[in-house]
Design a protein around this ligand. Structure first.
Ligand code: SAH
Length: 248
């Protein structure tokens, strides 16, 4: 079986839920509970009206640890500074043209990124959502396709829907990971493989060192895209070493 494989905790741990300007502390507690039910524990709060608060603690039930560990920020920019993928939620169509996904599509994007990147899912104020400026900080927008006549869900229910979809995708990804017989090569191992291939290409004068054009980039993209495992990396490196020995 695969040792050292990425476990669910790592995948789930790369995601944080960010609540911006929440007015009712009960909604913070209910959101924490919704998150923890789905295995997500990282909560960030941007200028909450009242926090910590008894109402939040009460509504969180057994997710008090999520509240205790919540980070509080003055600005959304700071809350998402360390994230490579930021997804903003919106209860209605905005004037800002941006890629808008549904919850399932956005969860797929999250699952794709969760292995290597930090991700934030951002929720807005109960009365007026996120500002255009805040939505502008996001890579993608997600809209739960609710009835246009009454499109705005309670924030904790929106948190529940998105975190549920994310959980489904992460569980699926984990299942695929578990089925794989060998551990995936980590970044350093892949980098060593690419460097080794470059060394060999230079030895056989495969390309003009003064003008490599996009060759190395394309080689790099190939190995990164294929997410090779440790054994595959070793096979290539063994082959490169054997050729190098024969050349000498
Ligand atoms: N009147 C506000 C509604 C905010 S509801 C507005 O028009 O934006 C509070 C938050 O819950 C939203 O900012 C969003 O984070 C989330 N939310 C509610 N309904 C949603 C929906 N249909 N799709 C996506 N997010 C939603």
């Amino acid at each position: 079986m695969v040792e050292n494989k990425v476990n669910s905790k790592d995948l789930f741990n790369s995601i944080k839920v960010v609540l911006v300007g929440t007015t009712h502390p009960g909604n913070i507690g209910a959101s924490a509970r919704a998150m923890k039910n789905m295995g997500l524990l990282n909560l960030a709060l941007v200028t909450p009206k009242e926090f910590p608060s008894d109402a939040a603690t009460f509504r969180s039930k057994a997710a008090k640890d999520v509240l205790e560990n919540a980070e509080v920020f003055d600005d959304l920019k700071d809350a998402v500074a360390d994230c490579e993928l930021v997804i903003g939620t919106s209860a209605r169509d905005r004037k800002v043209p941006w890629p808008v996904l549904n919850p399932k599509e956005s969860a797929e994007q999250v699952a794709k990124s969760a292995l290597h990147h930090q991700i934030a899912i951002v929720f807005g104020r109960e009365d007026r959502g996120l500002t255009n400026e805040e939505l502008g900080l996001c890579n993608l927008h997600v809209h739960i396709p609710s009835d246009p006549e009454y499109s705005s869900l309670n924030i904790s229910q929106a948190v529940q829907i998105l975190t549920y979809e994310i959980r489904l995708c992460l569980l699926e990804q984990q299942k695929n990971q578990d089925n794989w017989d060998v551990e995936l090569a980590n970044n350093e191992q892949t980098e060593r493989l690419i460097a080794h291939m470059d060394e060999l290409m230079q030895e056989v004068e495969f390309y003009d060192i003064d003008n490599p054009r996009k060759l190395l980039l394309r080689v790099r993209r190939f190995f990164k895209r294929s997410r090779i495992d440790v054994m595959e990396a070793n096979i290539f490196r063994g082959l490169f070493s054997t050729i190098q020995k024969k050349l000498k």
